[in-house]
Ligand binder design. Structure first.
Ligand code: ADP
Length: 387
């Protein structure tokens, strides 16, 4: 079964065509700068297009004609990444009018993400009529987080209005949970660290998310490329009350100008590593802060799960920065965790296992693959008896 995976952002659309259940990649590409007059770009493996891309619909039209040229790749189903599934969606679902209506009703919770996700769905319906479509939600994996963990200690009426932790990066953490289970059945208590431009930590107990660092939105938790992560809400109140800053300004600061960029001017970890080697003060501080925050979550989650069997690093920084892995694992021997310095430099030579022989906790470096996970979940929805 060939499954087209679509990940629609506000001005971009990425796709992969995967043959499932084998997981074989047939083709992939992306469109950028959708909605920016004449600046649009679509990149196919063998060609590119530059010009006006007024909407996701136009991109789907071009993708459809590209795929039509490749008769060997008929599309049997489409899997869409949808960021916010609210309380409604605990698992992936086949898309129908009711599902679309629910995704629309969540626009206020995810104003930057759900509208383009729905635009991608509607454009696909137009160009791939009659082909089953499935929505895979980034929040769904975290719906197993218990109430005592996902609630905020604020008056109950707000909870009833939907103010609670939802969590994100769920497609990636769910992929990691399955990969860890494949590698070691004994790994029951797992902490998954997704360290990309966005970053989050998840406590996974018996394959299920039980605690997570992102919250109502994707701002809380770890320090990220340009997002602050945890910050005392009193700072926001101070900005509003004493400096009359607007919600728009505060949002810009916390989302785009904070994190590693706010601390150093750079949000690319490669640049920070270069400065760190030169002992540049801001880079030393930022990396210390970045790692400290991660350690607090590892320790906190080990406490919640009464121990730890495996720690996993994934996404751009987790997969590629041996420095961040090394610093994160330093002084965690109280948990029985010990990194092998040599293996850490080349995880791919060791099947992603980077712990020392005497380490009680396993340490894995596992490349995440959100597209493959979306395709796998889409396949599962359409072939419920397949596994
Ligand atoms: P996104 O969240 O946008 O998908 P990625 O998972 O691609 O992001 O991660 C982007 C981050 O990974 C950037 O901070 C980048 O600097 C970092 N990164 C990528 N390659 C390396 C590398 N070789 N060494 C250190 N950091 C890297």
């Amino acid at each position: 079964m060939n499954i087209l995976v679509l990940n629609a952002g506000s001005s971009s659309l990425k796709w992969q065509l995967l043959q499932m259940p084998e997981g074989k990649l047939l083709t992939k590409g992306l469109a950028e700068r959708i909605g920016e007059r004449d600046k649009g770009r679509i990149i196919f493996p063998d060609r590119s297009f530059e010009g006006d891309l007024p909407s996701h619909t136009r991109v789907l039209e071009k993708l459809k004609s590209y795929l039509d040229e490749h008769a060997a790749w008929p599309i049997h189903a489409i899997g869409h990444r949808v960021v916010h599934g609210g309380n409604e969606f605990v698992e992936p679902v086949r898309i129908n009018e009711k599902v679309k209506q629910k995704i629309r009703s969540l626009f206020n919770l995810a104003p930057l993400h759900n509208p383009p996700n729905l635009a991608g769905i509607e454009a696909s319906e137009q160009y791939f009529p009659g082909i089953p479509q499935v929505a895979v939600f980034d929040t769904a994996f975290h719906q197993t987080i218990p109430e005592f963990e996902h609630r905020y200690a604020i008056p109950e009426k707000f909870y009833r209005d939907g103010i609670r932790q939802y969590g994100f990066h769920g497609i990636s953490h769910s992929y990691i949970a399955k990969q860890v289970m494949k590698k070691s059945r004994a790994a029951v208590k797992v902490v998954s660290l997704h360290l990309g431009n966005g970053a989050s930590a998840t406590a996974i107990l018996n394959g299920k998310s039980v605690a997570h660092s992102m919250g109502f939105g994707p701002l809380s938790g770890l320090i990220m490329g340009t997002r602050s992560g945890d910050i005392d809400p009193s700072v926001l109140l101070y900005w509003m009350q004493q400096l009359a800053m607007t919600a728009y300004e505060i949002s810009r600061i916390l989302n785009k100008e904070s994190g590693l960029r706010g601390l150093t001017g750079y949000n690319d970890m490669r640049e920070l590593e270069r400065l760190y080697e030169k002992r540049e003060a801001r880079a030393l501080l930022a990396i210390r802060m970045y790692v400290n925050r991660i350690k607090k979550y590892i320790g906190g989650y080990a406490a919640l799960m009464n121990g730890l069997d495996a720690l996993v690093f994934t996404a751009g920084i987790g997969e590629h920065s041996s420095l961040i892995r090394k610093k994160t694992c330093e002084d965690l021997d109280y948990l029985g965790l010990s990194l092998d310095a040599e293996k850490n430099l080349n995880p791919q030579l060791h099947d992603g296992l980077v712990h020392a022989e005497d380490s009680r906790v396993k340490i894995y470096v596992i490349p995440t693959n959100e597209e493959l996970e979306i395709a796998a979940q889409t396949y599962q929805v359409l072939n419920p008896h397949s596994s």
